[in-house]
Design a protein around this ligand. Sequence first.
Ligand code: OGA
Ligand code: MN
Length: 340
Amino acid sequence: MASAQVMNAPPIPDAVQPVKISPPLILYKPLHPTFGAEASADFSTITPELVDEIKRGLSKYGVLVFRRTGLDDARHVEMSKLFGDLDDIAPFVGGLGQKNRLSSDYLFDVGNVNPDGTVMQPGGMRDLLLRCNYHFHADSAFNPRRAGISLLLAHELPPPCLGGETEFADTRAAYQALDDARKDEIHDWVVCNSQLNCRRNANTDENGKLNPLLDTDEFDPMKHRFGKHRLVQEHEPSGRTNLYIAAHAHHVEGMSLEEGQKQLRGLLEHAGRPEFTFKVTWKDVGDLVVWDNTCTLHRSVPGNYAGKYKRDLRRTTVHDMSSQAWGLNGEGATWRSGLD
Ligand code: OGA
Ligand code: MN
């Protein structure tokens, strides 16, 4: 009797069919109390779902570190295109005697390798310009359309313990830590950003003397256009407020040059305080660090590897896709900082 009942049992309705649970696409291990995570994912097939999950992770963590991804130039670029519109270096190639060493104009060469494959020696023009990267910045804050997400991939690394880490700062936490009066005071400030400002400051000694190689109109921020962006902005993916400050910040609109520079220096120092920062040590070829420039800052840490060992890192840069992307520069503007 009991077995006849089982045989006649009605089929299980769809609603209670067992559901297939897929494993999470990314596992996260936080790296700092307020931001950053080491993340593990399978890059053997790159899908829009994986890219969406990376974006979700970035909205929370701001910086994600993926180890040994196995990516090469072509797949790095291919994946980056799924994030949005890519920035490219084409307008800069040929300027300052620069040749593009790499296979694609979507790859920004931030390493220390000369086009002939030798290690860049300190003191040459490209080295002087790259020194800007030693200071906390957000990519392309100086251009009419700022950068959103950057993806930096390791191709060759110096031996361990010789420097060359990448340090990050949490600018949402830095904003949050300001007191209410300061938040009110800075709320409507518009910051004028220039890549040349960062390049000049990075080559000015402790007595205020600028390296003569950069003491020309070509490197004078006042002779070129500024990328204007609001200092205090909503970070749209998370709904949190961000302090958009970078080493490119040259002056505050409507404020005297001197006062503006003093204020901006103070804010940049605040954002770079140790409690808002952590360092990523590059370990292996294929390590990929992805960050959101609209809620974090980054800088490269100088080290004794310079002039001796190759540090070959290549970056793709996704234009900001948020409503704040163009700041106060006019949507669709095509000029580039320093080339205007
Ligand atoms: C960059 C950058 C820092 C580094 O790729 O935009 O600033 O550590 N890199 O090389
Ligand atoms: Mn950068």
